[in-house]
Design a protein around this ligand. Sequence first.
Ligand SMILES: [Zn+2]
Length: 284
Amino acid sequence: MKHIISCLLLGASLCGYQSAQGQIKKIEKVVLDAGHGGTDAGARGGSGMLNEKDIALAVTLKVGRYLNDSLRTVKPVFTRTTDVFIPLADRHEIANQAAADLFLSIHINASPGSYEKIKVGSRTVGKGKKRRTIPVYKTIHHRETKANGCETYVLGLHRNGQKENAISEFGENVTEEPGMLNINDPQTAIIVAQYSQMFLKKSVTLAQKVQDEFAAQGRKDLGVKQKGLEVLAGCVMPGVLIEIGFINNEDEEQYLNSEKGQNEVAYAIFKAIRNFKREVEKTN
Ligand SMILES: [Zn+2]
């Protein structure tokens, strides 16, 4: 009985994921999380003029606009709409409180660049017969990179424990029945683990759709990857983190700073959400 009650409570509270097998029924609310913000500028462009936080916000708002204009049945929920700092924990809290169905975090990549040793002069060392001239070098850091392309992350398995804790904790918050969703209870723990696995599976599906759309636009596809990302670990729903290009690659910096580039990237993400929603709702 307790098992059934737990199922029902979890089903009711977990953002519309309503069966014990953990099937997603519909996609109605999508969190759009613009990475960084405020004092946290994120990565810098090769020119040093462009900040990740600004491009991330511009693209995120455009994804929201596409949803509002062309997919009215999906409501975008933003973690920020202005240049403000939002702690990571607050970002998943916003998503969990909104009982959202998907979480997408938008970021821009940066590679470490390269180091070059150049001769800047010479100097004399030693005395008498040992006196000689040696070259003087200086190391220059080139921020620019040749690395380019897009990649999408899902939560790494080693952070699964945090995900499961978030699921059980959020369930308790919503049901106001402390103990009912106690993760130490083996049966509840199994249900929570099932949800966690289902979220990961769905996250990979969504991530692949995002990458497919980028590839269709001719962008370099760096694939779907796993990482222990805090911003994804605390969300009680499938979630992905998208790196939409390299800010310190000259071509991509220009592209991502252009209206055309931002529109294309936003449209790719929008289409991935739309395709994911269609697939989910078709199977129900
Ligand atoms: Zn970032």
